[in-house]
Write a protein that binds this ligand. Structure first.
Ligand SMILES: [Fe+2]
Length: 382
């Protein structure tokens, strides 16, 4: 990696956010402040069943704001789901969006917003800064601690025709306000807690070693790594502990502020490609790839990886130091699979690598990887 000059110009974008117990009950007040009269409440069936969408709906009603629920969203939101959300947004004459859910709901909500304001298919916004008309006001209420869609300028949407995920990166995707409340996290399953926590860890690590990092993003990235390392193993033993849940939410916030501004790297580029062909949770894709990307990148950012290794814990082994520690951390959380165990065959590697190579996240990877390098990393992860 070219040595970083601390005087390089950098921009730092962050939404307004409120964090703490009860934040979700402020949804109605902020919707009214933004002039929302008819809200599209974007959520998913699981979050609805847990009662969190209802709690947000009550807050909207108390503030005199009407709403329509849109919950036809799957894990890894699809372009068709975004476009049908846009139809509902338009037919119900909505003028604002409230998303309550994990990364899938929030990314879908972002997609509905820009598709509605630009009257264009969601797939046409792929890439960096390609959204001409800003989205309507968006309030995000995360119910998981990891995607950081509540603070980021990213949205990841699956193109089901081409079986690939597209990344949309634009300042217009930063929510107008995010309400970060530890309460909804208490109903997450252990698996979801672990997968989303590993996603946040990948965000922090990739932002820290990114060639677009800066002193401001470094600070958030390191704090996220520290918090995840301390809180994630503890929270799976005490899932209803609000203090631990809040630590994971803060970790996700720090990681989000870091990666939204420093971008990501090869782990995410490869996870996006992987998630396009097998419908595996995004955090799980990252968790299965992270330790295999580190050896390929190590020489280009050794100082940063060593600092990460010092937090994650020095583990003796044959592999590059932080890779071994991260593998041990992943296993301690119960993530033990490989790409082969989730149904990926050797024959898929070439296509996966070609798509990962073209992913915008690859641009900020500390080392320029060739398609052959990426194929090798996938092969190690099989
Ligand atoms: Fe991610």
């Amino acid at each position: 990696m070219t040595p970083r000059n601390p005087l390089d110009l950098r921009k730092f974008v962050a939404p307004e956010f409120i964090c703490g117990y009860g934040a979700l009950h402020l949804a109605g007040r902020y919707a009214r402040n933004f002039g929302m009269k008819q809200v599209l409440l974007v959520t998913d069936p699981g979050v609805r069943a847990a009662g969190w969408a209802e709690a947000v709906g009550e807050s909207l009603t108390e503030a005199g704001v009407s709403f329509t629920v849109f919950d036809s969203i799957s894990v890894n939101p699809r372009s068709r789901q975004v476009m049908s959300g846009m139809e509902v947004y338009r037919s119900e004459e909505c003028n604002g969006i409230v998303a309550v859910g994990g990364g899938s709901s929030m990314d879908c909500a972002k997609g509905i917003g820009i598709a509605s304001s630009n009257m264009r298919d969601i797939l046409t916004f792929e890439g960096v800064d390609r959204v001409p008309v800003p989205a309507p006001p968006l309030i995000c209420i995360p119910t998981t601690a990891g995607s950081s869609a509540d603070v980021s300028q990213f949205a990841i949407i699956t193109d089901e025709e081409r079986k690939r995920k597209i990344a949309i990166i634009s300042k217009t995707l930063v929510p107008d306000i995010s309400l970060l409340d530890p309460q909804p996290l208490t109903t997450m399953s252990r698996e979801l807690t672990v997968d989303t926590g590993m996603d946040a860890l990948c965000h922090a690590i990739e932002a820290y070693v990114s060639n677009a990092s800066s002193p401001m993003t470094d600070m958030h990235a390191l704090e996220a790594i520290r918090l995840i390392h301390d809180a994630l193993p503890a929270v799976i033993l005490e899932p209803e502990d609000l203090n631990l849940r809040f630590s994971t939410l803060l970790a996700s916030l720090h990681a989000g502020l870091a990666f939204s501004n420093a971008s990501l790297g090869a782990v995410h580029a490869m996870a996006h490609s992987l998630g396009g062909v097998c419908d595996l949770a995004h955090g799980r894709c990252n968790a299965l790839l992270l330790e295999h990307v580190i050896p390929a990148n190590y020489e280009a950012a050794s100082e940063q990886y060593d600092r990460i290794g010092a937090i994650i814990g020095p583990v003796q082994g044959e592999r590059t130091p932080p890779a071994e520690g991260i593998a041990a951390f992943r296993r301690s959380l119960g993530i033990t699979g490989t790409l082969a165990s989730v149904g990926v065959g050797e024959d898929a590697i070439q296509t996966l690598a070609r798509r990962a190579y073209a992913d915008p996240c690859m641009v900020t990877n500390p080392r320029r990887l060739t398609c052959e390098d990426i194929e090798r990393i996938y092969a190690y992860a099989l």
